[in-house]
Design a protein around this ligand. Structure first.
Ligand code: C2E
Ligand code: CA
Ligand code: CA
Length: 562
């Protein structure tokens, strides 16, 4: 056994030597008088154990242990501290600093020495195993098992650590979120194995292209995070990140080339005070912006985005309690024939949140992203029929028609038709009283559920109107293939009816729709000329600010039925 004894007292060394020679151990003793000498010897030679005098000329034993472990590692060699001092606190401090054992010099006997050495070596072995399994667990806990990159937890931790550091030469930290476009589609159509291989390939491309990074991680199913040092001006990282856009356009899996793309969102923040969650949120917002602007691009976070998303988020939260707080109301916009008689009303939802009017165009799309639209839709059906029943009772006009807007999401609800019928019975109304307005998007999603609902509704006898025709897709085959009774020509077309071209378009549309035996509602009628045009084209119904804005029921009754 090779033993390094660090001891400046010659007498103490002699006592030790004698104890060894009386023990049954095979040993080689090498002596160092100072810690500096011990370091030099240790670097040159291999030792099984160090016996360390607590008081050295240049350091205390505690200091030696700390600097030694720092330089050579935790589990390099066992250290036994020897001291004249029988203070248990000092002994505990030494063990806590990393010594395996502590002996007072008066207790040194051959047997005690042998025992201390063997125990220390056994302890060191145990410690080694612990350190090994700890680093293995740490590795596993920080890694993504599929790609071998860091995982989200490690990414967030590193981001927190980096943000609190000072970047030295670089003043800023860039956080990029790289999201694969349409990955779900590849997964669904080619299977998860191919999906997994694709993710591995993408991980490799990112690691290869962004070599000068602080960390690359897989932070979600098809989402990667990159931490980069940079300066305030984005140019320093812009080229590198943009190279990803080109490189990931074609990725090969099992010899098959996939046309892929990524959307990248980047937030650049100064080192120092920023909070990691905020920075991640900003990069996320920029990534969504990249997706919304058509994917396959890189977007940097800007302040206006924050304002937009904050507002959206506030609406989303407020929507949850709007129904319970009775914040919704129904207005009716009257629908006229060309003789300007009211023939029906369109129910339009109104939301006043703490005194502020929020237009439906702002909150309906947000409600449609969750199931809230179904609850709102049910509320509208009930509230609109309630008011409409009052209207026909009080006006004695059973020929009026109530138009209700149905969102594409509601059409996928298989309870919808049954629910509408229940409301109808509850309000003693008949199918001829109701027209349901759907948009072309509902037809394009074309799920079996929505088609099914649409057919059920049509079979019951409700009139189905296709809303906003002339914007977006405007497909004639939609008019032919689905049970549509009425087409509403969008206000954007009617509002510009003054122009020659637009006028021709309206002529053509009216002719086409009439030849398919469908009724027309012209929306956005906002001047007398448009009324004349509708008359000329035999357009059945008219709606628009020139004739009437949407009104509360009481105002409507006063204006048109008193
Ligand atoms: P929409 O179904 O096309 O409704 C007509 C919209 O055009 C209404 O806006 C109405 O105020 C407006 N409008 C009517 N005449 C004119 C005009 O002459 N000029 C102009 N510039 N605008 C006119 P509103 O009430 O803000 O509703 C916007 C959209 O919100 C609706 O468009 C509809 O898509 C949706 N929406 C409203 N209420 C509901 C509802 O209860 N359920 C669902 N799912 N969507 C609704
Ligand atoms: Ca409508
Ligand atoms: Ca419309």
């Amino acid at each position: 056994m090779d033993i390094l004894v660090i001891e400046d007292d010659l007498l103490d060394f002699e006592i030790l030597k004698r104890a060894f020679s009386k023990s049954s151990m095979q040993f080689r003793l090498v002596k160092a008088s100072t810690s500096e000498e011990a370091f030099t010897l240790f670097k040159k030679d291999a030792f099984d154990i160090i016996l360390l005098d607590f008081y050295l000329p240049d350091q205390t034993g505690l200091e030696f242990i700390t600097t030694f472990k720092h330089e050579f590692g935790e589990d390099e060699v066992a250290i036994v501290v020897l001291s004249h001092e029988a203070n248990p606190d000092v002994a505990i401090q030494c063990v806590e600093a990393g010594a395996e054992d502590y002996l007072t010099k008066t207790e040194i006997t051959p047997a005690r020495l042998k025992q201390a050495i063997y125990h220390s070596q056994a302890r060191l072995k145990l410690r080694k195993q612990l350190i090994d399994s700890f680093s293995q667990v740490k590795y596993l806990a920080e890694r993504d098992s599929l790609t071998g990159l860091a995982n989200r937890r490690h990414f967030e931790q590193t981001l927190r650590d980096e943000l609190s550091l000072n970047g030295h030469a670089h003043t800023h930290l860039a956080v990029a979120i790289v999201d694969l476009d349409h990955f779900k589609h590849i997964n669904d159509s080619h299977g998860h194995d191919v999906g997994d291989q694709l993710l591995i390939q993408v991980a490799m491309h990112i690691s290869k292209l962004i070599s000068d990074n602080l960390l690359i991680a897989r932070i979600g199913g098809d989402e990667f995070g990159i931490l980069l040092k940079c300066n305030e001006h984005q140019q320093s990282i812009d080229l590198e990140l943009k190279s990803l856009l080109n490189d990931i356009n074609r990725v090969k899996v099992n010899g098959i080339e996939f046309i892929t793309s990524v959307s990248i969102g980047v937030a650049v923040v100064p080192f120092g005070n920023a909070k990691s969650e905020d920075v991640l949120k900003c990069a996320d917002i920029a990534m969504f912006k990249a997706k919304n602007s058509g994917r396959n691009r890189l977007c940097y976070f800007e302040d206006e985005m924050q304002a937009y998303f904050d507002k959206r988020y506030a609406i989303e939260i407020a929507l949850h309690s709007a129904l319970d707080n009775n914040e919704f109301d129904i207005y009716f916009q009257p629908v006229f024939n060309v003789k300007k008689d009211v023939v029906g009303v369109e129910a339009l939802i109104r939301w006043i949140k703490e005194g502020e009017f929020i237009p439906p165009d702002e909150f309906i799309p947000i409600a449609e992203e969750s199931t809230i639209i179904n609850d709102i839709g049910y509320w509208v059906l009930h509230a609109a029929m309630d008011k409409f029943k009052q209207l026909i009772n009080e006006t004695n006009n059973d020929e009026l028609v109530l138009s209700i807007n149905i969102s594409p999401v509601q059409l996928t609800d298989q309870q919808l038709a049954g629910h509408i019928v229940q409301e109808l019975i509850k309000h003693d109304l008949r199918p001829k009283h109701i027209e349901l307005e759907i948009t072309e998007t509902a037809l394009m999603v074309n799920t079996e559920e929505s088609l099914d609902t649409l057919e059920q509704l049509s079979d019951i006898g409700f009139s189905i109107a296709l809303d906003d025709f002339g914007t977006g897709f405007s497909s004639i085959s939609h008019l032919i293939d689905f049970p549509i009774n009425t087409v509403k020509i969008d206000k954007s077309i009617m509002l510009s009816s003054q122009s020659e071209r637009q006028n021709k378009l309206i002529h053509g549309l009216a002719f086409m729709i009439h030849s398919l035996d469908m009724d027309i509602v012209a929306e956005g009628v906002d001047n007398p000329e448009t009324v004349s045009l509708c008359d000329l084209l035999n357009i059945e119904r008219l709606q628009g600010f020139y004739l009437s804005k949407p009104q509360p029921l009481s105002v409507l009754k006063q204006t048109f039925f008193s």
